[in-house]
Design a protein. Structure first.
Lengths: 114, 112
């Protein structure tokens, strides 16, 4: 099976712009979670989607949003970019996203905001 | 909120030695744990997991130990190799939860 894929791998944006990141989960996986990773902060949970519905959300401002399509692919959007949004954005998929359901990560999208 | 912490942010070991990476968790309701390895420029890679009804689980060259009494998790890597150099994260979840909580990571450096 192919792993989790994320596109693009690298992005450079300027403050105030918006960005859309894409994630394709492992075939058959219906849960997609998004994380932000910055130096010293570890992985911080953004949100999780299951069956096209946001099921769980972390403590991020409303500028961060996402959606999931019927084929389980997911996108996340960040509007009005700030310098502090520079990070590695990771997507993880799991079969059902419940409790003891292993999450598998993609390679991430490196976002740089100038 | 949840808190998953690592005792040591960095660890250096000689090639061939065993490595032990520790993790403390705060939620006594957590009953599923995963160790991930993240190499530079890559996403976290699943290494091994353990459920709370187990104290120990072994994989290829790796062993995870769970001590629920003191809420402590450890990852042991046998015969550490240069390819093991990476940042290691522990993650926890509850049986009914759909959100993992991650530690800040331990950077392992293997000295040839």
């Amino acid at each position: 099976k192919a792993g989790v894929t994320q596109t693009p791998r690298y992005l450079i944006k300027t403050r105030g712009q918006q960005v859309t990141l894409s994630c394709s989960p492992i075939s058959g996986h219906r849960s997609v979670s998004w994380y932000q990773q910055t130096p010293g902060q570890g992985l911080q949970f953004l949100f999780e989607y299951f069956s096209e519905t946001q099921r769980n959300k972390g403590n991020f401002p409303g500028r961060f949003s996402g959606r999931q399509f019927s084929n389980s692919r997911s996108e996340m959007n960040v509007s009005t970019l700030e310098l502090g949004d520079s990070a590695l954005y990771l997507c993880a998929s799991s079969f059902l996203g419940q409790g003891m359901d292993t999450q598998y990560f993609g390679p991430g999208t490196r976002l740089t905001v100038l | 909120g949840e808190s998953v912490g690592l005792h040591l942010p960095t660890l250096s070991v000689q090639e061939g030695d065993n490595s032990i990476i520790n993790c403390a968790y705060s939620n006594s309701a957590s009953d599923y744990f995963i160790w991930y390895k993240q190499e530079s420029g890559k996403g976290p890679q699943f290494i091994i997991d353990i459920r709370s009804n187990m104290d120990k689980r072994q994989g290829q060259r790796v062993t995870v130990l769970l001590n629920k009494t003191v809420k402590h998790l450890s990852l042991q890597i046998a015969a550490t190799q240069p390819g093991d150099s990476a940042v290691y994260f522990c993650a926890e979840n509850t049986n009914t939860g759909n959100q993992f909580y991650f530690g800040t990571g331990t950077s392992l450096t293997v000295i040839p």
